[in-house]
Design a protein around this ligand. Structure first.
Ligand code: FNR
Length: 189
């Protein structure tokens, strides 16, 4: 397997976000041959407006470029009112237009919540949105972290030998496999 570039996107703007921390943990795992790019500009994207699509705003151009350059995307979503945060949905609406750089892109979803259900409703909603956008979403394993605040240590890290880190590793491995399958399909086409 040659190098894989993964773009990470957190659906939370919060400084001490559990979801952003999950992405930082994923970036630290270093499965070998993987490079990460973290998109932290969700809060700078203007609200989607069909009247302002052409020319695309600079923040949108930046997001689209980074998605296009990535081999895969890893999204960590909080759950807000049983759905995905508005900022994340706004970014996806921008990505669903123009040259649609997220279409067919290998993508994995993870999520963390202090509640018991670990973002299951948000992830279900996110899968539906990504399905509509023709995104190549990793189906297994599902990564749902409930009671998230109890899993991180005082430095905001997960213990290296925890089941959560093991599951995160499995998700990353699955995402890399999905990239490999995607490349094989493109080569055979
Ligand atoms: C929440 N939270 C929440 N949690 C949950 O499990 N289900 C829910 O429906 C909601 N709804 C909700 C709405 C709003 C407006 C906020 C601000 C919060 C709690 C949420 O999971 C918690 O704030 C997380 O810590 C947010 O994720 P980050 O910022 O830690 O990544």
């Amino acid at each position: 397997m040659s190098d894989v570039r993964i773009l990470t996107i957190s659906g939370s703007l919060r400084r001490d976000s559990h979801n952003t921390r999950l992405l930082r943990e994923a970036e630290r795992l270093d499965p070998g041959g993987v490079m990460f790019d973290h998109f932290s500009g969700l809060g700078k994207l203007p609200l989607f407006n069909e009247d302002e699509e052409h020319p695309a705003p600079p923040a949108v151009v930046d997001l689209r470029d980074r998605v296009r350059r990535a081999d895969a995307v890893l999204i960590a979503t909080p759950e807000y009112n049983s759905g995905i945060p508005g900022g994340l949905k706004n970014a996806l609406d921008w990505l669903s237009r123009g040259e649609m750089p997220l279409a067919h892109k290998p993508t994995a979803i993870i999520g963390a919540s202090p509640g018991a259900f670990g973002t299951v409703r948000a992830q279900t909603s996110l899968r539906r949105v990504l399905h509509k956008m023709n995104v190549n979403v990793l189906r297994h394993p599902e990564f749902l972290l409930g009671h998230a605040h109890t899993h991180f240590d005082a430095n905001g890290c997960l213990p290296a030998d925890s089941p959560t880190v093991q599951l995160l590793t499995t998700v990353l491995d699955g995402l890399v496999d999905l990239v490999e399958e995607h490349r094989a399909k493109l080569a055979a086409a």
